[in-house]
Design a protein around this ligand. Structure first.
Ligand SMILES: Cc1cc2nc3c(=O)[nH]c(=O)nc-3n(C[C@H](O)[C@H](O)[C@H](O)COP(=O)(O)OP(=O)(O)OC[C@H]3O[C@@H](n4cnc5c(N)ncnc54)[C@H](O)[C@@H]3O)c2cc1C
Length: 293
């Protein structure tokens, strides 16, 4: 199959890129499974135009319908192999079919690193969160723990100190920027030099158990251990990722390889729907225009 533009990734960034590209009348294919998007199964309350809490899955399914309405060919399959050859791009999908395009948008997101301790999975969405920016408002005036050693954990501890009644920042080591650590401390976060071994609760989180044997009573546990992105597809196209596994994208979504664009979480923090959608819109238009050159 041939296309002008292939968008890889069916999260907010990729779906918006597909809408923008199709709307510009480029022959566009959208690949990937919305159910694997970071936003699937979540509730969003900070996205423009949606007051109150909105289900991530309804945003995804509405977005896919919009893309289809503009003529996008939606194929909910993953890319399992990719290559670039003299300005054209080939992608093999799970069915074995190969799609060849003039431009590509990579929007494959990141997957959050997990603690892998008892209670983490059970209480996901019931006190366990991987996004302080997204969920801080749900933890007003209750105690929370932040887990992680780097600057993202420091920023989360500082942010949450403005909402929660108490923030325990649980970290065995510390690699965060010293200024951010100081700011988190001054905002009221208490550093607990320990390792979480279990998250406990009844219907929702009520405590974190520590390796030392201690137990902290909290209603929220924010796991800030960074994330992994699937940069292998970008590398197959000749785009070298940054040291932190992000893909550098310019103002138009362009990467270091002509015809390859990137948007959303894979381009780095902040990991937010609004940013993903904004970047997706720009990358979709850029890719459509490139395909006509
Ligand atoms: C628990 C949680 C709560 C959140 N809450 C909020 C919130 O309240 N507000 C907010 O703004 N943000 C929130 N976020 C962040 C938000 O979900 C992300 O910023 C957003 O989903 C990023 O969009 P994306 O399109 O870049 O990546 P994703 O949504 O992760 O989509 C990536 C897509 O790429 C696909 N993909 C990956 N590999 C392949 C492949 N080989 N072939 C084809 N497709 C592939 C995946 O299947 C997926 O469809 C939350 C995140 C989490 C985890």
């Amino acid at each position: 199959m041939n296309a002008d533009v292939v968008v890889i990734g069916s999260g907010p960034a990729g779906i918006q890129a597909a809408i923008s590209s199709s709307r510009r009348k480029a022959d566009t294919v959208l690949l990937g499974k919305p159910s694997n998007s970071a936003i699937s199964g979540t509730e969003i309350e900070n996205y423009f135009g949606f007051a109150g809490v909105t289900g991530g899955d309804s945003l995804l399914s509405n977005g896919v319908s919009q893309a289809k309405a503009f003529g996008c060919n939606v194929i909910p399959q993953n890319v399992i192999g990719a290559s670039a050859d003299g300005g054209t791009f080939s992608m093999e999908i799970e069915s074995g079919e190969v799609i060849v395009s003039k431009a590509v948008v990579i929007a494959t997101g990141v997957s959050r690193n997990k603690l892998n301790i008892p209670g983490e999975k059970e209480f996901f969405g019931k006190g366990v969160s991987y996004c302080a920016d997204c969920d801080c408002n749900f933890y007003r005036d209750v105690p929370v723990a932040v887990v992680g050693a780097d600057s993202a954990a420091a920023a989360a501890a500082k942010l949450l100190s403005g909402y929660a009644s108490k923030v325990y920042w649980v970290t065995e080591g510390m690699v965060a920027d010293a200024r951010l650590v100081d700011e988190a401390r001054r905002a009221g976060a208490e550093i607990v030099p320990d390792v979480p071994v279990e998250i406990q609760g009844a219907s929702a989180v009520d405590a974190v158990v520590l390796k030392s044997g201690g137990r902290i009573s909290v209603n929220g546990v924010f796991i800030e251990l960074g994330g992994r992105s699937s940069v292998d597809i970008a590398m197959d196209f000749g785009v070298m990722p940054e040291a932190d596994d992000t893909i550098k994208a310019g103002a138009g979504g362009e990467t270091s390889v002509e015809g390859v664009y990137a948007c959303g979480d894979i381009t780095g923090r902040p990991w937010q729907v609004a940013k993903a959608v904004g970047q997706g819109s720009v990358a979709g238009v850029s890719a459509a225009d490139h395909s006509r050159r």
